[in-house]
Design a protein. Sequence first.
Length: 212
Amino acid sequence: MPDELKNATKDLIHEKIDKQSWINRIRARAAYIFMPKQRPDAEGHRRVMCPAEAGRAQCPLKKHTLGRGIHLPLVDPAPSPAGSPPCCSQKTITVPAESGADQWQPLQYGSEAWQRVYFRLRNSVEGINGYAKERLEDAGTRRIRGIAAQTLLLAFQLAHANRRKLTAWANAIALHGDRPHRRPTRRRKTKPLGTWTPKGYITEPEKTEPDE
């Protein structure tokens, strides 16, 4: 993968490129992703093929992948004294479950799908943080000394906030064809309009006799 694609996020943070350039570079990364050949086995091992074998790039180490079109990027493998990796001489390779497990994620980083999920989850996290902080910021709710006791009470308060959130969610959905439970709206009793206007401006409605 070219360095400009590897350093896309770094260049964005250092304001060397704009947001649209970052998006374009992230999209260009998709051509360098190893494609799965089959589903993982019971132990998590997967058979994958390099981008050139998958028809998403061209590689000089695999002559049959060249000449497919200028729309496909040309991979420039770096020389190494140890020789080329197995993926450059084989059609497929087996990747164990622990290989890159600390950085693996189901969606490509920065892609449109990743951004939709990331920002939705981030908004949910920020929402629950604001919901829980309603009472956590008030030290009067934990009238006890000591960091251990404060931590324990804080854990109880967080658990209670989660329970309240789950209860509100459960009450808002309909089960078994029933209508969702809604808490009644609390309204203050308002005075009649006549109490807010000078006398004589609001008259009582005329009473009509019922038909016989």
